[in-house]
Design a protein around this ligand. Structure first.
Ligand SMILES: NC(=O)c1ccc[n+]([C@@H]2O[C@H](COP(=O)([O-])OP(=O)(O)OC[C@H]3O[C@@H](n4cnc5c(N)ncnc54)[C@H](OP(=O)(O)O)[C@@H]3O)[C@@H](O)[C@H]2O)c1
Length: 175
């Protein structure tokens, strides 16, 4: 199953000028925990925003780029089809952005780990509004938390058709 993880602001913005204007320590720890040991699929622009512009350690990094240049420590793929084929080689693969990669991969994603931050900084990159997407429903809603004056919560969105196929997801349904 292909999954995604993202932090969104109240307007579904996810970043501006190639970076995240507000990022929370608690959310970064959550990201590390969810992606640990998994493969991650990332766009070349988001990779450029990682520390040192380098792939994330401890994870298989699949980078989507139209360039043929190799990237040390990563497998480079050049199309959505190639990305899907590469992701399928791994027991777990999470789409980790950015906006263009989320948008292109969402039709293939069955679960989204989403951090909703109750702030609205200026964004020029957005995640699709899953609350307006009848294909997805909230299957888990964490408690409201607060860091540095920012309230946020962790949510899981699950594709309805995937929930029907997966008994472990069905159990989460309210009775
Ligand atoms: N809030 C969050 O959780 C979160 C997470 C990740 C990113 N972000 C934010 O998202 C923003 C970046 O998003 P973005 O859309 O500008 O960039 P992006 O999706 O990270 O990367 C775009 C690049 O990916 C490659 N690419 C995309 N689609 C492709 C395709 N179909 N075939 C081949 N290559 C493809 C191209 O690389 P080449 O140019 O090399 O050809 C393209 O320039 C930043 O603001 C970042 O901070 C937020």
């Amino acid at each position: 199953m292909l999954e995604a993880i993202v932090a969104v602001y109240a307007d579904w913005g996810i970043g501006a000028d190639g970076t995240q204007p507000v990022a929370l320590r608690t959310d970064r720890a959550h990201f590390r925990a969810v992606t640990r040991g998994a493969a991650v699929l990332v766009g070349r622009r988001t990779l450029a925003d990682f520390p040192g512009g380098r792939p994330l350690p401890g994870r298989v990094n699949i980078v989507l780029s139209r360039s043929q240049d190799p990237i040390e420590g990563a497998t480079v793929v050049h199309s959505i089809e190639e990305a899907l084929a590469e992701a399928a080689k791994h027991p777990r693969c999470l789409v980790i952005g950015g906006a263009s990669v989320y948008r292109a991969m969402l039709p293939h994603v069955d679960r989204v780990y989403l951090t909703k931050l109750d702030i609205r900084p200026h964004s020029d990159a957005f995640f699709p509004d899953l609350d307006a997407d009848p294909e997805f429903r909230v299957s888990e809603r964490g408690p409201e938390q607060e860091e540095n004056g920012v309230t946020f919560r962790f949510l899981t969105y699950t594709r309805r058709s995937a929930a029907q196929d997966d008994p472990s997801i069905q159990k989460e349904r309210p009775q």
